[in-house]
Design a binder for this molecule. Structure first.
Ligand SMILES: *[C@@H]1O[C@H](CO)[C@@H](O)[C@H](O)[C@H]1NC(C)=O
Ligand SMILES: *[C@@H]1O[C@H](CO)[C@@H](O)[C@H](O)[C@H]1NC(C)=O
Ligand SMILES: [Mn+2]
Length: 584
């Protein structure tokens, strides 16, 4: 089994964040205005305007599925069939586009809005027959200064590839864009859809979570589907996503994501054909994916069937709208972005719902080169990493004492961060009679332990400072695997934050420190292991590599790091590991 370290996670987290804040605030407001009684609890759902249809499963037949398109048009042109579009002699256009949008909008502008993409599904997917009365659906697309053609291609593909009677509307929510072509131009463009595509605009920058929440609030379909503003949905993507929700309104569904290249707009699968992955996490709350374990896949006869997943990357999913609101949407205390995918996942699982990934629903997503805009004032007045603060809120609400410790072992600075007030979240957990985190780990996320075992305690953590030079070990901001360097000690951020645990592992972030006589390296820790070769010798302040019996040494002149025979008199071998609480 493999794990992929998915960049998509970050992107999607960003995109999914903003929706929910607003939604909750809005929803709470509305409740308090319209409903004098307490907020509805989960057991009230059955009395609501929607219900489950527990016997209505999709059926696999030999004839083509009831929602499959009958024939495919072949068209020639740039990017058709999802082929890469190479712009020749237009390097300046490409560079301009990428610096403004994080993707090659000049290429997108040349590609048809309704271009064809390769059908990346398993062949079997074409033969599933879905219930005909699937719930009406609002697709919510939040954007801020998105490239016009990329945004509109998202809309075109949803319109073209969704059953018109099921697609109730597309709600575009503009988070205060200031690009000219997203103004009147956009209002005019969407008129062609005669009101099926609605545009609502924030009057100030709200951030992604709140903006999405506003979209959910304004939507009028039974099910809401969140999409990023730079997607292309694939053939017959919607019915497979809705069928599980139709069967049980407490199931949240997640499409399988394909990649769209940010430079050439080539459309290609991310996963190897026929392999199913699901979302998990490590103890620092980095999003990970893991091949579906046998315990889950053995429950399914077909690889094309939806399967259960502990969590999801965050940006693309479908959920019953009322259910989403009634479980409190996202925690409104989460800041800007990050961790909201976990918050929603833990809440759904622990409070009686479930998450399914749907292999027959495929959605292409442009992975940007970088995030082309800042969060502006959205994140001011909060010290420390925003994401770590969010993670702390989430784990303090949903984890038990044992698992909280693994998080604090992996992110020791989090103990000192101000996460705000979580009283409301704990009250919600109580009101919904949610299960313990240990239940979730044993019954849903059991494969996490295989890859990320329970963590031994840290014996030391903080900056690793050399006595002779006064310099500190530093990851130098490099992607692993890479050499570790030294720089002046600053103790801010994560680049100098090392941890030595009881089992001898010297870690920095999700990386482990490895050494030989010539170098000191950082590499992703071997999956399933939490031990290592290091020992701290308190008397002489040495970091000893037990296998070699050598000490970590800063070569005085070259300023390189490596192992050398231990010499208690050599101050280039003396290290202190300390945290400075005030700085983190
Ligand atoms: C896209 O739209 C154009 C113009 O409306 C049409 O001629 C073409 O057939 C469409 N392509 C596909 C793949 O539907
Ligand atoms: C360390 O220095 C002390 C005092 O200068 C000396 O006696 C001792 O032999 C030295 N030890 C080593 C291992 O060089
Ligand atoms: Mn995105």
């Amino acid at each position: 089994m493999r794990i992929t370290n998915v960049r998509r996670g970050r992107i999607i987290r960003i995109s999914s964040v903003c929706a929910i804040l607003l939604l909750l605030i809005y929803a709470l407001n509305k409740w308090s205005r319209n409903n004098i009684e307490a907020q509805p609890v989960i057991s009230d759902y059955k009395a609501s305007s929607y219900k489950s249809h527990p016997d209505e499963y999709p059926v696999l037949k030999t004839e083509l599925g009831n929602f499959e398109p009958k024939d495919r048009i072949v068209v020639k042109g740039p990017g058709q069939e999802g082929k890469p579009y190479h712009m020749v002699g237009r390097d300046n256009d490409i560079a301009d586009s990428e610096s403004i949008y994080g993707m090659n909008i000049a290429a997108s502008d040349d590609i048809a809005m309704n271009r064809t993409v390769p059908d990346t599904r398993l062949d079997e997917c074409k033969y599933w027959h879905y219930p005909v009365n699937l719930p009406s659906t609002s697709v919510i697309i939040v954007f801020h200064n998105e490239g016009f053609s990329v945004l509109m291609r998202t809309v075109h593909t949803v319109i073209d590839r969704s059953p018109p009677n099921i697609l109730h509307e597309i709600v575009l929510v503009d988070d205060y864009s200031d690009k000219e072509n997203l103004g009147e131009n956009l209002d005019k463009y969407i008129k062609r859809w005669n009101g099926k595509v609605r545009l609502i605009r924030n009057t100030q920058r709200e951030g992604l979570i709140r903006t999405r929440s506003r979209g959910a609030q304004e939507a009028t379909g039974d099910v809401i589907v969140f999409l990023d503003a730079h997607c292309e949905v694939n053939v017959n993507w919607l019915p497979p996503l809705l069928a599980p929700i139709y069967r049980d309104y407490r199931i949240m569904t997640v499409p399988v994501i394909d990649g769209i290249d940010h430079r050439t707009f080539e459309y290609r699968p991310v996963y190897q054909h026929g392999t199913n992955y699901r979302g998990i996490f490590e103890w620092g709350m980095l999003y990970k994916e893991n091949e579906v374990p046998d315990r889950e896949s053995n429950l399914h006869k077909h690889k094309s069937e939806p399967y259960k997943s502990p969590t999801h990357a965050g940006g693309l999913f479908a959920i019953n709208r009322q259910y989403f609101l009634e479980i409190g949407a996202y925690d409104p205390g989460l800041l800007v972005w990050g961790g909201e995918n976990f918050e929603l996942s833990f809440k759904i699982w622990q409070c009686g719902g479930s998450i399914e990934w749907v292999p027959c629903s495929r959605v292409g997503h442009v992975y940007r080169a970088f995030m082309p805009y800042s969060f502006g004032n959205l994140a001011k007045n909060r010290k420390g990493s925003l994401i770590t603060i969010n993670y702390k809120r989430v784990i303090e609400t949903w984890f038990d004492e044992e698992h909280k410790e693994y998080f604090y072992t992996r992110e020791p600075t989090a103990r000192f961060l101000d996460m705000g007030d979580i009283t409301e979240q704990l009250a919600l957990k109580d009101r919904l009679k949610c299960k313990e985190f240990s239940w979730f780990m044993e019954n849903v996320a059991y494969d996490v332990y295989d890859k990320f075992p329970k963590l031994p305690k840290n014996t030391h953590w903080g900056m690793v400072k050399n006595k002779a030079s006064g310099l500190c070990l530093d990851t130098m901001g490099k992607a692993a695997p890479a050499y570790i360097g030294t720089s002046s000690c600053h103790g801010t951020g994560h680049s100098q934050l090392f941890r030595l645990n009881e089992a001898g592992q010297l870690g920095v972030g999700e990386r482990c420190v490895e050494a030989d006589t010539e170098s000191l390296k950082q590499a992703i820790c071997r999956l399933g292991t939490v031990d290592g070769p290091w020992r701290y010798e308190e008397e002489h302040n040495q970091l000893i590599h037990r296998l070699h019996g050598y000490c970590l040494t800063l070569q005085a002149h070259a300023r390189t790091l490596g192992l050398a025979p231990c010499d208690p008199n050599n101050t280039y071998q003396k290290w202190t590991i300390t945290h400075q609480k005030a700085n983190w």
